[in-house]
Each structure stands twice: as structure tokens, then as C-alpha cells.
Design a protein around this ligand. Sequence first.
Ligand code: PMP
Length: 362
Amino acid sequence: MVTRPFNFNPGPSTLPLVALERAQKELLDFEGSGMSILEHSHRGKQYEKVHDQAIALIAELLAVPATHQILFMQGGASAQFGLVPMNLRTDSHAGDYVITDTWGQKAYKEAKTVGKPQVAWDQNKDGVWTRVPKQAELKLSPDAPYLHYTTNNTIMGTQCFDVPNAGSVPVIADMSSDIMWRPTDVSKFGMIYAGAQKNMGPSGITVVIIRKDLIEKGRTDLPSIFRYAEIAKNNSLQNTITTFSVYLVRNVLEWVKEQGGLPEMERRNTKKAALLYGAIDGSNGFYTCPAETASRSVMNVVYRLPSEELDGKFVAEANKAGLLGLKGHRQVGGIRASIYNAMSLEGVEKLIEFMTKFQKSS
Ligand code: PMP
């Protein structure tokens, strides 16, 4: 049995041990077939069952309504930055963009390469955002084909807890770093997309949940492999899918379900974040968060020490103590503890213990 460190990486990130152990157990002989799931055809019955199970688990956990379809795509969330406007823009408008982090900014920049997006809100000051906007601050255009925003800002450590109201304009959310952190009313969204590598599994697969009328309305002036309509028609099997990534998503989501589903994830995540922010706020200013309190993320806790030198020392000593992946993104520096669904309460408690000791010895 290997000793697992506590892995606070932002993605790929820690996975539930049982999901990995199941993969290990099944790797050489998938369900008595004598072959690995890695060797099965993406069109064979063994893989098909896994594919359908993964989709059914997403549908069940998020209570996806019949108005929406679940797709698996490749190219990461970054590919969706381009595919959303490629499929859904009009000739005069490529969406309103709420920019709350580098990722939302990238999405906006990609939309600009194919059409004419507009900025609905952007607090950017020298590459730093410290909060998310209030509804009243959004500059919305009534003729926008969609409103795009990022639910959780992985780099800045902020999170939007309310879905923006854009009237009849469909809301599209990049949920890469907080999908399934709690129950979500999917009916409020025209489309949701998320790379799997934080809360759902390994890298290599992106989950798209899209309203069927938007699929039908999608543009046709782009190659078929990039069209939502084509992928939907083929149940995401229009070409060779990353079968092993989907297989692992299936394993991870079964774990989520067994643990009690998204209400239980919310209970755990809220507790972990409250403990960690509590330790930061109780440190007499030794640890501080750049994010405004009301916008603090439950998934990526970003904070810093009194100097860059201490930040570096903290990360180095934490590594030695088996607490990995805590270095903040180069854009904000400091520390980032990514505490996704699979990070245990024990991991967060160990981190807090380490923080207290480190402060005392500094
Ligand atoms: N959006 C968000 C919110 C992210 O955190 C990331 C990756 N960290 C991306 C998009 C880009 O994802 P990918 O690497 O899957 O393209």
C-alpha cells in the first residue's frame, strides 16, 4: 500500500482512492472479457455500457432535465472557449462575457477570433480580479445569443454563487472547477461545460450539458467534428473517444453517488472551506486572502503570507510534510489549496495543523 500525500493540485487533482483501485483491479481483465477497457473498441458493447453509465450518473447526480443533452467532448474546456461562439454566435454578436478571471478572459478572447462578443463585466486590474459582480452591475445586450460566465475562478479563488439572470438570453457556464460541488438547477442554464480533471475524473474529457433547442439552432458553417448537433446525434461517439477518461469519470461519479451524491458533497465542501478560511481569518493577519470575503471560493482557497520569501518556504516545507500542490498560480502568487470533492476533511485538517505550526515557527 503506497502512502498517499495530500494533493492540493488545481487539476489534474486528487481522485478518490476507490475509483483508482477499481481501475487497477479491472485494468487487465474488464468484466471477464480477458481484455483491458483500454483495448476495447469504442463501439463495442463493453465500452458502450461504461459510456452510458457515465452519462446516466451525470444525469442522475445533477438531475439533468429532459430539455438538455449530455455530451462528451475533447480538447478540454479551452476548446469550448472556441466552440461555443463557433456554434452559437449570430453574425452580429458572439455573446456577452462576464470576465472574472484569466479563464473567462481567455474565453472572451477566443470568441473574438470568430465573431463579435461584448464584455458584460470585467474588474481586471493588472491581471487580478478580487470579486465577482452583482446582477445589477452586468451590462447585458438584449440581442446577445448567450451570456457566458465562469462559475468558479480557479486562479483568483473567487466563486459566483448566484446564476446571472439574462432574461430570455441563454446562460452558458464554464463550470470546470466547481461542477458537482453542490446540487445545481441545470434548467437555469442554456449550456454548462467542464473539463473532468477537477471534480469528475482525469484530464482528457470535457462534459457538456446543453439545451436541445440550442443544439438545433447551432450554426452549420463549421466542420462536423466541432458541431454540437453532430456530437449529440452520435451520442458523443462520432469518432474515437478517450475511452479510459470516460471509464474513470464513471468510477469517480459512482463514488460520488455512494457517498450520498451532491447534497453530501456540498456538506463536506462547505465544512472544509469554512475550516480553512477560519484558520486564515484567525491568524492575526499572518495569512490573508486577496479575494473579497463574499466572493471566496469553496474550491480553490487562495491566500498569501507576509512575504514572497515566506510563501516559498511554506510551499517547500509543506511538500516535505506530504502536503503537495500548494503553490499559487504565478499570476497571483502565494498559496492555493484546491479542495475539490475528492479532498478529504483529514487533508484540510492536516493543512491547517501545518499552517498553525508554520506561523508559530516563523
Ligand atoms: N476554465 C477553468 C475555470 C479552468 O480552471 C481551466 C483549467 N484550469 C480551464 C477553463 C481550461 O481547462 P482545460 O485545460 O481543460 O482546457
